[in-house]
Ligand binder design. Structure first.
Ligand SMILES: Nc1ncnc2c1ncn2[C@@H]1O[C@H](COP(=O)(O)OP(=O)(O)OP(=O)(O)O)[C@@H](O)[C@H]1O
Ligand SMILES: [Mg+2]
Length: 266
């Protein structure tokens, strides 16, 4: 039993398609991720990176295919339906339970600007997980200390720098103790100095063994962080390889050109 479990990938995306009207954004996309793996996702604007993450977080119903999380014992089906490991239709409760295990960090933070850092961090655990407030605050204090933000605990979000806001947004995702963290261009709204702090935080989390998918334009950083990098365009992963191989041997001219542009821009 244990052996079979170990052989299953943590995440298996099989033939997932998603259209917005006439535009087919994901077109039979396949992806497998091992537990503890860090996957970087790169690709041109409009290529479907955010859509993929939103489908993985069950924020966006897809049209065909399946998304299976082995350790969460649930499979997402087209049109927002979830099937539990036993094969039955999981319904709304399973969707909520599954989404609690998946942390999502957005480019634009999505924090409550006029509430304090502690309020932002404890809201979801208290409301969704029904964690006791004192316990949620203790977890928040521990994470704030770990990432050097303890003295900001009572500050309102609007009083923080962009980099601090993004670090709080990552901590907010960690508060739910996710099994996987999805990061969507978490540094693209930041200048390079602030981005550095956020990237260091992501690196620290990767070293702790958290499974992550990181959409990024920082290709050099992705190369040091990620086990593999996927190039996404035209609805599918065009190449997925170790950072070294994708950088040294891009599969075609389009990928080679894209990597050059990232390099110059970064
Ligand atoms: N809610 C939506 N309604 C209609 N079209 C959408 C919606 N969300 C995304 N799209 C379209 O799907 C395509 C892929 O968008 P997506 O945001 O996934 O790209 P991306 O790779 O994340 O791009 P970027 O690098 O600019 O963030 C685009 O053509 C976009 O206009
Ligand atoms: Mg995007």
């Amino acid at each position: 039993m244990e052996n079979t479990q170990n052989k299953r990938p943590f995440l298996k995306v099989a033939d997932v398609s998603k259209s917005f009207g006439e535009v087919r954004v994901l077109d039979g996309l396949n992806l497998e991720l091992a537990g503890g793996e860090i996957l970087g996702v790169i690709g041109p604007s409009g290529g479907g990176k955010t859509t993929l993450l939103r489908c993985l977080d069950l924020l966006e119903p897809f049209d065909a295919g399946t998304i299976e999380y082995a350790t969460l014992d649930a499979k997402a089906l087209p049109n927002g339906r979830i099937s539990k490991g036993s094969g039955e239709d999981g319904g709304e409760a399973t969707t909520v339970a599954l989404r609690q295990q998946i942390g999502f960090v957005f480019q634009t933070f999505n924090l409550w600007g006029d509430r304090t850092v502690l309020q932002n961090l404890t809201l979801a655990p208290c409301v969704v997980k029904r964690t006791d407030r004192a316990e949620a605050e203790a977890i928040a204090e521990r994470l704030l200390a770990k990432f050097g933000l303890s003295e900001k605990r009572e500050n309102r979000i609007w009083q923080l720098s962009g980099g601090q806001r993004q670090r709080v947004a990552i901590i907010r995702a960690l508060m739910m103790e996710p099994q996987i963290l999805l990061c969507d261009e978490v540094t693209s709204a930041l200048d390079p100095v602030l981005a550095y702090d956020v990237l260091q935080m992501i690196k620290a989390l990767s070293e702790e063994g958290l499974t992550m998918i990181v959409v990024t334009h920082h290709v050099d950083f992705a190369a040091t962080l990620c086990d593999r990098i996927a190039y996404l365009n035209d609805g599918a992963i065009q190449q997925i390889d170790t950072p070294e191989r994708i950088i040294k041997s891009p599969r075609n001219e389009e990928i080679a050109n894209f990597l050059n542009i990232l390099r110059v821009a970064g």
